[in-house]
Design a protein around this ligand. Structure first.
Ligand SMILES: [Zn+2]
Length: 129
């Protein structure tokens, strides 16, 4: 399996509200793009989240199209204050809800194992470069 992880300028993200994004190419190559942040710990933590989520979705057969469609509809609902969570994967009816939650756990464990607080990580995630 081929995996590509890169940090990019936040303004280059497909979704301007996301600091991490994944897609799977035709040859099953997983491509993860993470917004640049002040600390590489946060960049890698988000990359690990996205990679795990992409892999779990791929294994379960949740397509990128399903995810993108859900995220698109969620963004509309979020604008109208009709969402339960502050991120689409946090919604219980998201097709990748379980995968997102499991990836959050891994992300947080990585951050804490690097000696960074989750508060500092959240701050980095809120201020991508
Ligand atoms: Zn996620």
């Amino acid at each position: 399996m081929k995996i590509i992880i890169e940090t990019i300028d936040h303004c280059s993200q497909r979704d301007p509200d996301a600091i991490g994004d994944w897609h799977i190419e035709k040859d099953n190559c997983i491509v993860v793009r993470v917004s640049k942040m002040d600390d590489p710990i946060s960049e890698l933590a988000v990359a690990i989240h996205e990679l795990q989520e992409a892999f779990l979705c791929w294994r379960k057969g949740v397509s990128e199209e399903e995810v993108n469609l859900f995220d698109f509809r969620w963004a509309e609902n979020f604008k109208n204050k009709l969402t339960q969570s502050d991120e689409p994967g946090g919604e219980p009816d998201a097709p990748y809800h379980w995968e997102h939650q499991a990836s959050n756990q891994t992300e947080n464990t990585f951050v804490l194992s690097c000696g960074m607080s989750l508060k500092e990580h959240d701050r980095n995630c809120e201020n991508p470069i």
